[in-house]
Design a protein around this ligand. Structure first.
Ligand code: GLU
Length: 430
């Protein structure tokens, strides 16, 4: 597929199969701006990233062959603090995807009211094709190529699809060796032994569960009587499913890349191994029924949590979704067209920028711990995450109630107001 650039993206484009994260993010911004009294110049500035770094990353394969891969770091906005967001290793990584995802990070940090802006990057590569040694060499060279644009006060990467705590450890080590000083705050999501935070790994899933629990209470359903289907059983999906199961919900279906398992009486989520824990164990689990990933999205459940990849809820299947509530675990699982259908059908969609924001929130805790060189206990992380999530939930809920808007619009109103006010207050330089 031809790669578009940020300048060529047309927000009025209607072909959903080519709807990039950037297209969706710009449509959402345009819509949100109609609800908020912000200067149109500020909205225009927010449609564009501040900077997009594109780098070539040479990799020597284990067999001696040399391959040149392409990496990106999109920096959307830093008016409220350093750029912040993940690095993904995925074959479909491109400039526009990184820009769109970096815009979502700007809103996510603003909804949570943490002092970061939005960034996102990655390398166009299939992580499954890399040995551990290749992944380490690739990550170290990528860190070197990005050295001038990242830093604890500048831009702070984190794990995302295809990367993990070990990837962040290599990145931090490469950066620190070149700086001549150990710099844990250059990335978050590191292993706790080198300055990572306890609870960071499960934080995005935990926040999805907290927000789902609050939404269930808001709609007065009672968690014990709620059935949940979770698409994707990686870090986000598995942690969300297990927390909801522990709090009394019936998690009836979960899936990995190979398919879904379904038990109308509820699965024992602790017994189902995640894809990263033991590949193939979700679809290989001895459950009463199986489904395809597409069928999972259309199950008759109370809550649907898409926690795998982007663009899974589209105009093609939004009419067939039977859930009464969608809580977004992945980034960008719902296309703009599907969102409109859900709104018409009266199915609330709690957006990614609120629901999975626990990841970047605990990243913020980690950054504070790194600066202070003092680690927090897991209990403290859990307590502070719970209180940050409730504050953000209450801010968004107030907008839903006061303005009668969707949950996504409400979250955007909170975020855009904070970012735009900061921009207006600082003014334009020079
Ligand atoms: N990649 C995660 C996200 O999409 C976390 C980003 C971070 O912790 O900086 O929210």
């Amino acid at each position: 597929m031809a790669q578009t650039t940020s300048e060529s993206v047309d927000e009025t484009e209607t072909n959903e199969t080519t709807e990039s994260a950037l297209t969706t993010a710009r449509r959402q911004l345009k819509r949100a701006a109609t609800h908020v009294d912000v200067d149109s110049g500020v909205v225009e500035r927010l449609k564009h990233p501040t900077k997009v770094q594109r780098v070539s990353v040479p990799l020597k394969r284990d067999d001696g062959e040399l391959e040149v891969l392409t990496g990106f770091r999109a920096q959307h906005d830093d008016v409220r603090g350093p750029y912040k967001g993940g690095l993904r290793y995925h074959p479909e990584v491109n400039a526009d995807e990184c820009i769109g995802l970096s815009m979502w990070m700007t809103w996510k940090c603003a909804v949570m009211d943490i002092p970061f802006g939005g960034g996102k990057g990655g390398i166009a590569v299939d992580p499954k094709s890399l040995s551990d040694e290749e992944k380490e060499r690739l990550t170290r060279r990528f860190a070197e190529e990005l050295r001038d644009v990242v830093g604890p006060k500048q831009d702070v990467p984190a794990p995302d699809m295809g990367t993990d705590a070990q990837t962040m450890a290599w990145f931090m080590d490469a950066y620190s060796m070149q700086r001549g000083e150990t710099t844990p705050g250059v990335v978050t999501g590191k292993p706790p032994v080198i300055g990572g935070s306890y609870g960071r790994e499960e934080a995005p899933g935990r926040s999805v569960a907290i927000i789902t629990r609050e939404a269930i209470e808001y709609y007065d359903w009672g968690i014990e009587d709620t059935t949940v289907a979770v698409q994707g059983y990686g870090s986000v999906g598995a942690n969300a499913a297990r927390a909801l199961d522990e709090w009394g919900a019936d998690v009836v279906a979960v899936s990995d890349v190979d398919g879904a398992i379904y038990d109308p009486n509820g699965l024992d989520t602790k017994d189902v191994m995640g894809h990263e824990e033991r590949p193939g164990m979700v679809s290989g689990y001895d459950a009463p029924e199986t489904r395809s990933n597409e069928e999972l999205l259309e199950l008759d459940v109370d809550v649907l949590v898409p926690a795998a990849v982007g663009n899974v809820l589209t105009a093609d299947n939004a009419d067939d979704v039977q859930a009464n509530l969608v809580v977004e675990g992945a980034n960008g699982p719902t296309t703009f067209a599907a969102d409109t259908i859900f709104e018409e059908r009266g199915i609330p969609v709690v957006p990614d920028i609120l629901a999975n924001a626990g990841g970047v929130t605990v990243s913020y805790f980690e950054w504070l711990q790194d600066i202070n060189r003092r680690q927090w206990s897991l209990d403290r992380v859990h307590d502070e995450l719970e209180s940050e999530m409730l504050q953000a939930w209450n801010a968004v809920r107030n907008e839903v109630e006061n303005r009668d808007v969707t949950w996504r619009d409400a979250a955007y109103i909170v975020a855009l107001t904070r970012v735009a006010t900061a921009k207006e207050t600082r003014g334009l330089w020079p």
